[in-house]
Design a protein around this ligand. Structure first.
Ligand code: NAI
Length: 396
């Protein structure tokens, strides 16, 4: 079968059809134009799903300027969006300096709201008080951790990742399934019967563990938090001592948000032919600098690189150690992103309309938004599962 990809316009069209929740919320708000007068600065993976969100925000009256996260931008989607009158900066091959320049260009437009992924824009802000910025959202775990560790910005930032809906549907189900499917596609191999080590048993890690176990792998867990390690153990994973996991593993997947989880010294102790991949937000979980210095490299395919130690034994890194499901595949499945990006839209609207009533600092998505969206998702996906409302007919 051909591997060819349709045009960005076709992919955006397909994705739009698969995002009914965002579409229906956008339709309901279209006439009210709730973002009239709002300038929104965005740093988010640029791909067809985010393209649908950008169109919704524009349709609802916002002026939007966007740049992608490092290493995951789909260049043809950027070109298509710009041709449609959006303002999107950056390309997949940008180096760190160009990426920084793009982020600064977004901030230079003096946005009122930021939608950030990894606190890439927030960490470039010097003083929110000197700008028209009134608040925004943060998409992911790693970004929320960064915001909470940094000096306060004095504005409300709703953390999408703190919504139970996002954790369950995107991090656990979406990341689990898309990391597995991307692994299978880029390697053309199955994890069945193999020893797979997942580092980090948080929301993403447990989804990855469960997807790989369902595909026939023996899964073991590396986890620094003892309570979480216990959770993994009682859900059927082998929680191994680090040395044992390193010696036994054939496939390693990091999902911790931490850096240097697999240092070069550990990689040197792995079985020959070990496959290493990362699902965490930043491409720093596998020690690529150490690995590059200690080995000879060769390219197997666009998503597989071989690292050969002077001893002659090799390991393989998938998708350059960047997020496997995004850098090597099409990202999270569309439905969890339909939900997650609708959360983004509703939270940005909440900040734009009610920022003075919100506390400042990183904070969870308001419970009322979670409940409304959960109802809509249930109505969309499984109307027969909804509890009968008072006065409605009982299920037969
Ligand atoms: P989480 O906070 O629920 O879980 C992280 C787990 O890793 C925790 O249990 C923690 O104890 C453990 N951990 C931390 N350092 C460790 C180390 N050195 N060794 C072993 N375990 C360690 O976070 P979540 O939501 O699972 O996210 C994990 C990462 O994945 C974050 O960087 C997040 O931004 C990213 N992410 C990636 C997505 C993707 O599409 N690939 C989507 C959503 C999040």
């Amino acid at each position: 079968m051909s591997e060819s990809t349709g045009s960005a316009a076709e992919r955006i069209e397909w994705t739009t059809h698969c995002m009914p929740v965002l579409a229906s919320v956008t339709d309901e708000l279209r006439d009210a134009k709730p973002f009239s007068g709002a300038r929104i600065g965005i740093c988010l993976h640029v791909e067809p799903k985010t393209a649908v969100l950008l169109s919704s925000l524009k349709d609802l009256g916002a002026e939007v300027v966007t740049t992608g996260n490092f290493g995951t931008t789909q260049d043809d989607v950027v070109a298509e969006l710009n041709a449609r009158g959006h303002r999107v900066l950056g390309s997949r091959t940008d180096n760190a300096a160009t990426h920084l320049q793009n982020k600064r260009q977004v901030l230079a437009t003096q946005p009122h709201l930021l939608l950030d992924n990894g606190a890439e824009l927030y960490s470039e802000l010097e003083h929110a008080a000197d700008s028209p910025l009134i608040g925004g959202t943060e998409e992911t775990t790693s970004g929320a951790d960064r915001l909470r560790a940094a000096p306060p910005l004095g504005i409300p930032i709703l953390v999408i990742n703190d919504s139970p809906l996002k954790r369950i549907f995107e991090n656990e189900i979406g990341v689990g399934q898309s990391v597995l499917s991307t692994f299978q596609r880029v390697t053309n191999s199955t994890p069945a019967g193999k020893e797979v080590v997942v580092a980090g048993y948080g929301w993403c890690g447990r989804g990855i563990a469960s997807a790989f176990r369902a595909a026939g792998a023996r899964v073991s867990i590396l986890e620094v938090d003892p309570v979480t390690a216990f959770d993994a153990a009682v859900h059927g994973s082998a929680v191994r001592a680090r040395e044992d996991a390193i010696a036994l593993g054939q496939i390693f997947i990091t999902a911790t948000g931490d850096r240097n989880v697999l240092p070069v010294e550990a990689i040197a102790q792995m079985r020959p032919g070990a496959l290493l991949a990362n699902a965490g937000h930043f491409g720093v979980e596998i020690d690529l600098v150490g690995l590059t210095n200690a080995t000879r490299q060769s390219v197997v395919s666009p998503s597989i690189e071989r690292f050969t130690f002077p001893t002659g034994h090799s390991g393989f890194v998938l998708a350059g150690g960047e997020m496997l499901n995004l850098a090597g595949g099409a990202g999270n499945p569309i439905e969890p992103m339909d939900m997650g990006l609708t959360l983004q839209l509703l939270c940005l609207k909440e900040v734009w309309q009610n920022s003075s009533q919100l506390a400042s600092g990183a904070q969870p998505v308001p419970e009322s938004i979670n409940r409304v969206l959960a109802e809509r998702m249930l109505a969309e996906m499984a109307p027969h599962l909804r509890a009968p409302r008072e006065g409605s007919e009982p299920h037969s």
